[in-house]
Design a binder for this molecule. Structure first.
Ligand code: NDP
Ligand code: 2IT
Length: 450
């Protein structure tokens, strides 16, 4: 980037930081996007004078509320509830809900900001939003989780709707929580609508939605590898996390002939040299989704290595799939991955790589698929769930999966279109940011100063 553009980015960021103090993850997400977009904005006075970037970095609406609930012993707890309605230029606000003790305004604003670009990349008509709570579902009974979800939805329901804002799952929010929240919405509003996605298949959900983020992330990796005449067959894959995204990334990797050697949770990681098989994966699904146990139990059951308190990036792999959380790959991890000849990183999680790690990947010219492109399959199938709800007609597994695959292929093409340099290297960060931006920016211009 030229010195002048550098100055513009720094000036812009100084204002964002002053207006949003202490929100470090939000600053991080905005900086990465603004670095990609500043040249476009400077070349296009229409964006510059309409203050598109300034408007895109200010949420349309932030909702903050109290969530009181009663535990099984009769004790009262109070959590914070949030919904960030970031941008509705191209459709109703759309994005997940996260329940995790670390949740705060800055984290949800980073997620909502990323979501705007991601949703635009899917080509479906969805704006961007995100919500959540600092509630920790770990160690809570089903009844406690239900009471919490009901209290959360009792307030949230007045702000959302099938044509207004459509939440879904994220960390700590899966089928169980969506069910409890949908039930409460229906009871309070007396309407059965597609107000949430990730619903159960018997009550308006879409086939393939649980699988979509993990599958999509692997489809994206496959597309990246094709640009170097490579495929996933026979590759050694390191996956982090062991929740929804990780589980279905592993399933698809196995089916495409890769050998997955790691999984993790917030306590540590397992290394299974022989590779995670379909049977072992079924054990993980039961462990994590039903028994809600720790990944350490996998190591005990199958007698493999378990490393407490660490992430899996030191293990040798050809392809890496960070599927746990933000900033889980730092500069050192990125250097180790590159040193070990890792050829591709496809992000199932949102912003799992620190800016320093991203720089290492780009400098080494490995195939690096940022979350807003690589994990867009989840929200894409949420968009397809909304379509099926509107039509009141469900599609088959094959139909949804083939649409998902096509969307991931198209997102990859968009990244190539806007990210390929004259040397032939594809900068997917730049490609995803510019590709996601243009449609939203043009819609905002058309709709006036709002
Ligand atoms: P889950 O709650 O199902 O699983 C999260 C996994 O990540 C768990 O294994 C969890 O371990 C681990 N994890 C969470 N926080 C941390 C942490 N601070 N440090 C280390 N490990 C952690 O969530 P999902 O699989 O749905 O989400 C994973 C990532 O994918 C998130 O970044 C999410 O934003 C992103 N994503 C999710 C989509 C979806 O459709 N669900 C769509 C697109 C992106 P533990 O059990 O110990 O907490
Ligand atoms: O980060 C994400 O894209 C999600 N958590 C999924 C959002 C959705 O609306 O399906």
């Amino acid at each position: 980037m030229s010195d002048l553009l550098d100055v513009k980015v720094n000036d812009f960021m100084a204002k964002v930081i002053a207006k949003n103090p202490g929100e470090s993850e939000f600053h991080q997400a905005v900086k990465e996007v603004v670095e990609s977009l500043m040249p476009i904005v400077e070349e296009n006075p229409k964006y510059k004078y309409a203050k598109i970037l300034e408007r895109m970095t200010e949420p349309e609406r932030v909702i903050l509320f109290r969530v009181p609930w009663v535990d099984d012993n009769g004790e009262i707890h109070i959590n914070k509830g949030y919904r960030i309605e970031m941008n509705s230029a191209i459709g109703p606000y759309k994005g997940g809900i996260r329940f995790h003790p670390t949740v705060n305004l800055g984290i949800l604003k980073f997620l909502a900001f990323e979501q705007v670009f991601k949703n635009s990349l899917t080509t479906l008509p969805m704006g961007g939003g995100k919500g959540g709570s600092d509630f920790d579902p770990k160690g809570k009974s089903d009844q406690e989780v239900m009471r919490f979800c009901q209290s959360f939805m009792t307030e949230l329901q007045r702000h959302i709707g099938a044509d207004t804002d459509v939440p879904a799952g994220d960390i700590g929010v899966g089928g169980r929580e969506i069910g409890y929240m949908f039930g409460q919405y229906k009871r309070l509003r007396n309407e059965f609508t597609g107000v949430l996605t990730g619903k159960g298949i018997e009550w308006g959900g879409s086939l393939i939605r649980p699988e979509a983020t993990g599958y999509g992330c692997v489809y994206f990796a496959d597309e990246m590898l094709k640009t170097r005449k490579e495929s996933l067959k026979g590759k050694i894959a390191a996956v982090s996390g062991s929740g929804n995204v990780a589980q279905y990334a592993v399933e698809k990797l196995i089916s495409l002939g890769a050998k997955v050697v790691t999984l993790s949770d917030s306590s540590g990681y397992i290394y299974d040299e022989g590779g995670i098989t379909t049977e072992k994966l079924a054990y993980v699904l039961d462990l994590k989704n039903i028994r809600r146990g720790r990944i350490k139990e996998y190591a005990e059951k199958y007698d493999v290595k378990y490393v407490e308190g660490q992430r899996p990036w030191g293990e040798k792999c050809d392809v890496a799939f960070p599927c746990a959380t933000q900033n889980e790959i730092n500069e050192e991890d990125a250097k180790t991955l590159c040193k070990n000849d890792c050829m591709a990183v496809s992000e199932g999680a949102n912003m799992p790589s620190t800016p320093e790690a991203v720089e290492v990947f780009l400098k080494n010219e490995i195939l690096y698929g940022p979350g807003k492109a690589a994990n867009a399959g989840g929200v894409a199938v949420s968009g397809l769930e909304m379509t099926q709800n509107s039509m009141r007609l469900p599609w088959s597994r094959e139909e949804v999966d083939s649409k998902l695959k096509q969307i991931m292929v198209n997102i990859h093409e968009t990244c190539v279109k806007y990210g390929k340099s004259s040397s032939g290297f594809i900068n997917y960060v730049k490609g995803a940011n510019i590709g996601g931006f243009i449609k939203v920016a043009n819609a905002m211009l058309a709709q006036g100063i709002v």
